[in-house]
Design a protein around this ligand. Structure first.
Ligand SMILES: [Zn+2]
Length: 40
């Protein structure tokens, strides 16, 4: 089963992974990780 890692800040897909239980994981992409998280 294919899962997707999504940036919780800008909502863009970061990468895909294989996982049997989790479909979506939230993380931060490179741009958001180093920047401020105040953007709305
Ligand atoms: Zn982002």
């Amino acid at each position: 089963m294919m899962g997707t890692i999504v940036c919780q800040t800008c909502n863009s897909t970061i990468e895909h992974f294989e996982n049997e239980k989790v479909h979506v994981l939230y993380s931060k992409c490179d741009g958001c990780h180093s920047g401020q998280s105040d953007e709305e």
